[in-house]
Design a binder for this molecule. Structure first.
Ligand code: SF4
Length: 479
């Protein structure tokens, strides 16, 4: 049933090598007459599969021979010297993710509306993306070649979805047989070779909670510091997840889990010196329990997984407020906000309204009167902070929670706000501009998660839209 992924699991037929997409003017790449579209096939006789290979095989090398397939079909061998550490000035095609061989009960793909854009159905399970971007893999269908590559190229840390160390439970959750689910030897090999691991547990009530969660966390902690941390995030079910083996996460479940994990966290702090096991922010918010302190999170090892984001935001916001208290802050904030407007492009094609148009951003910013849209989960937290900011600065910023009509169910995070969700609340927008979370727009194409074109959203909004991430928002509000 899962045979296709046991063989080297590549989902697209592609020619060998890595394609250059950009060459920086004046760079070594230009000097070597490399052009966009050229494909680097070998470096010093070794095959190149992707840009990680290119990076690895050129690292520390000063005498190089590269074999290049030019766009006209000719093959060239280029021999050259370079200064140690000299940059090639090359950009490469993106890695084509390899896909997973699992049938997880809670897979996000099963929670997508049928008409969701195709990229939402990509089930990536790729050790390269794990290393580069912190994407989780289950390691259940990793090939010997991939294992070798992690070790040889030091692709550390790896982010691993463990879910449960109890084998039966893991196999059940992943929808694979126990031999496939058993990754104990692979984990041991990685740890023996000093590859660090960050573990993730997607917590499903009545499946991998309670005693199984205790066992999982203790088993993982036994390998600290090589297993650096464990994140426990609640399963989030949209209205399309109808599998009756899954139970929705309730506030009571969250409170019970917090109590259970707090005991272990105390124990880990005593024995390991770190919290080690971190609960996702959503668990505290849903349970109505205060978010732990800054110290609890250490260096925020799992912040990309939504663990500690709220505390990090609150700490940074406090600094913004402190700075804003100083004299002259208002005019500085306004001037910075003006500059920000000029640079608030998310995608090259994203339009910034022209000065003098009905959506004149300069006019908007002069008043600091606008609306910040975010997911329902974070909105109350942000609103509390923005009220403090308004009191201090005289600004009139409003926070607007955007319910998820597109996914429905438990979905309340900002990252999953769809174009149609924004449109559903547009009449509640106040002021002269609307700030939306930047990551609700696809990074390489100006569309939203439901496929709506960003330009279409802009044209239907009553005010100019400014997409911002947390850094942008802080800069916007800060002195
Ligand atoms: S490993 Fe990830 S992508 Fe694959 S089935 Fe499980 S949840 Fe879905």
């Amino acid at each position: 049933m899962y045979e296709f992924a046991v063989t080297p699991a590549v989902t697209q037929l592609r020619r060998p090598g890595v394609i250059i997409t950009e060459v920086t003017p004046g760079s070594l790449g230009e000097e070597l007459e490399l052009r966009p579209g050229d494909r680097i096939v070998r470096v010093n006789g070794r095959t190149v599969r992707d840009y990680l290979d290119f990076r690895f095989q050129t690292a520390g090398e000063t005498d190089l021979t590269i074999q290049v397939k030019k766009t006209d079909g000719q093959t060239e061998e280029i021999e050259f010297d370079r200064e140690e550490g000299e940059d090639f000035g090359l950009m490469f095609e993106q890695i084509v993710p390899r896909q997973c061989a699992n049938e997880c009960l809670f897979c996000f793909c099963k929670g997508n509306p049928e008409d969701a854009r195709p990229s939402l159905f990509v089930r990536d399970e790729d050790i390269r993306l794990s290393f580069l971007y912190g994407n989780y893999t289950t390691l259940s269908s990793i090939t010997p070649d991939e294992m070798k590559r992690i070790i040889e190229q030091r692709l550390s840390p790896q982010y691993v979805s463990v879910h449960a160390t109890d084998l039966k439970t893991r196999a059940y959750l992943l929808g694979v047989d126990e031999s496939r689910a058993d990754i104990s030897d692979k984990v041991k090999t990685l740890l023996d070779n000093d590859i660090e691991i960050h573990a993730q547990i997607v917590l499903c009530p009545e499946i991998n909670d309670g005693a199984i969660l205790d066992k999982t966390l203790r088993d993982l902690a036994a390998h600290h510091p090589k297993i650096v941390s464990a994140a426990i995030v609640p399963v989030a079910l949209t209205r399309y997840n109808t599998d009756d083996r899954l139970t929705r996460v309730t506030p009571e479940f969250c409170r019970r889990t917090i109590k259970q994990v707090e005991k272990l966290q105390r124990e880990f702090r005593k024995t390991l010196g770190v919290t080690f096991a971190f609960l996702g922010d959503e668990i505290y918010i849903k349970g109505g329990v205060e978010i732990p302190s800054r110290r609890h999170y250490g260096n925020y090892p799992q912040i990309e997984d939504g663990v500690g984001m709220v505390r990090s935001f609150l700490s940074r916001f406090e600094k913004v407020l402190d700075r804003t208290k100083t004299a002259g802050q208002r005019s500085e904030a306004v001037s910075l906000a003006r500059q920000f407007f000029a640079n608030a492009r998310t995608h090259p094609e994203a339009r910034i309204p022209n000065a003098g148009s009905r959506n004149n951003p300069a006019r908007a910013i002069n008043t600091m009167h606008g609306t910040i849209l975010t997911g329902e989960m974070f909105a109350p937290i942000l609103e509390e902070q923005i009220e403090r900011y308004n009191e201090l600065t005289g600004s009139r910023l409003k926070v607007l929670a955007v319910p998820s009509t597109y996914f429905g169910g438990d979905v309340s995070v900002a990252g999953l706000i769809a174009g149609q969700d924004y449109l559903a609340v547009k009449d509640k927008i106040e002021g002269d501009f609307a700030i939306i979370p930047k990551h609700t727009i696809k990074s390489d194409e100006p569309i939203l998660i439901d496929g709506m074109a960003y330009a279409s959203l802009e044209s239907k909004f009553p005010v100019p839209i400014i997409p911002m991430d947390t850094d942008d928002l802080m800069a916007f509000l800060a002195k």
